[in-house]
Design a binder for this molecule. Sequence first.
Ligand code: AMP
Length: 183
Amino acid sequence: MITLSKTEKKILEDSIRDIQDFPKPGIVFKDITTLLNNKEAYGVLMNHLYQRYKEYNLEYIAGIDARGFIFGAALAQMLGIGFVPIRKKGKLPYTTISEKYALEYGVDEIEVHIDAFGKQIGARVLVIDDLIATGGTANAAATLVNQTGAKCVECCFILGLTFLDGIKKLQEKTDVYSVIEVD
Ligand code: AMP
């Protein structure tokens, strides 16, 4: 099992900025743009993800709109495998399948191209996003991957909010890994 050293963990934790009351009062937004523009932190993170996933025999990485694209596309390239965007409704041009999920108020919907993971049944897919809160988005993403005939083998997040039960709920469906846990 690949683990972060204390120094690496601190580099990552220090690089993520908390923005109070964004996008609305009461929310502490975890801003990862300050990780991305910090070459040391971004390097530590991508190297850690590469070391963890190089033995997973993955065939695709599926990134969740939009911050999952940044980490997912970079990791797919490092691993020498394909990248698939899972997008908010209405953005993908070809035939899609979609999945709705609950937000605090209302519902949202994400989609994937029906042929995104090729023809082989059970293609091994890693789903990635920047953060898991309630787990609704990632749950819908894992469902979509499995509905195409591929297999979501793990969901990976840079940050996992452990004071919500999103991780626990998602673990009923698939393995879950958070690089950093916030409690
Ligand atoms: P959820 O479906 O509740 O797990 O929410 C996860 C999605 O919402 C991810 O795509 C995150 O980028 C975004 N998100 C939720 N809460 C936060 C937060 N506190 N800071 C930054 N992004 C968040």
